[in-house]
Ligand binder design. Structure first.
Ligand code: G1P
Length: 263
């Protein structure tokens, strides 16, 4: 089934990025003058997605809605306005900080029984060339091949496992597409089942909703998408795809600075 919808859970408070996030949502931080949020919407759009559900909080609402409104005429706005002409954006709220899985549940009614793309606000992947299929496109192609949910992966430094969800691939899987046997959120290096870390980009099939709605809070007392996937695994296949391109974690000052310098 075609993927036409994306959910962007961007209701987080950005505390890692204070003090600027007192007034500026971290997704509005610019890379070459363009907010990360726009780069993410463009990523999905280039992969064929036209409908977006943004999960926001009320503090961020006015600034994000204003940015994504088709206001003003100036050639420097052309790129944004053209994009806005061609996409539909809906907003839903997450009023409590209960995790990314909880954020997605707020958007459930908007996607109903369709598979959908999920892009977290922190993860940018830049391809080797502008024409290379972007991360969203790579995930969609893997979903078309498998018919299943697909998680974006990168090879991580094993010492960094506590910052990631880590998958355990099924035996004899050689990648870049891996059947997933299990997943662990933020394990210590000695407990990590592999060096394949989860990037915040996913295709979810609608059968994620039941397990996700039953998932209990885990690491950090939050309901995470990964908790839903863990439950899904008992009845459905799940895949991970090692993404081609360089990933930047723009949710940390270090990662953001790197993206500004290199992108
Ligand atoms: C989330 C996910 C984690 C993933 C990470 C990627 O964690 O829970 O599995 O590896 O995003 O950015 P967070 O960084 O929000 O704590």
């Amino acid at each position: 089934m075609l993927i036409n919808k994306a959910i962007l859970p961007i209701a987080g408070l950005g505390t890692r990025f204070l003090p600027i996030t007192k007034v500026i949502p971290k997704e509005m931080m610019p890379i070459n003058g363009v907010p990360i949020l726009q780069l993410l919407i463009e990523e999905a759009y280039k992969a064929g997605v036209h409908e977006f559900v943004l999960v926001i909080n009320r503090q961020k609402e006015s600034i994000i809605r204003k940015y994504l409104s088709r206001e003003g005429k100036n050639e420097k706005l052309d790129r944004l306005n053209k994009l806005l002409d061609d996409v539909k954006i809906e907003y839903v709220y997450q009023d409590e900080q209960l995790g990314d899985g909880h954020a997605l549940l707020q958007a459930r009614e908007s996607v109903e029984d369709e598979p959908f793309l999920v892009l977290f606000g922190d993860d940018l992947v830049i391809g080797a060339t502008p024409d290379a299929p972007n991360a969203a496109k790579q995930l969609i192609e893997a979903h078309e091949k498998t018919g299943s949910s697909v998680i974006a992966l990168e090879e991580i430094d094993p010492e960094m496992s506590e910052s990631y969800g880590i998958i355990k691939p099924a035996p004899n899987e050689t990648g870049p597409l891996y059947k997933v046997e299990d997943l662990v959120e933020k394990p210590s290096p000695s407990e990590a089942p592999s060096n394949l870390g989860v990037i915040g980009k996913y295709i979810c099939t609608p059968d994620i909703w039941t397990p996700l709605s039953k998932a209990e809070a885990s690491v950090g007392n939050e309901i995470r998408l990964i908790d839903g996937f863990k439950k899904l695994l008992s009845s459905k296949d799940l895949y991970g795809l090692k993404i081609e391109g360089k990933r930047y974690d723009t949710g940390t000052l270090e990662g953001y600075k790197k993206a500004v310098e290199e992108v």
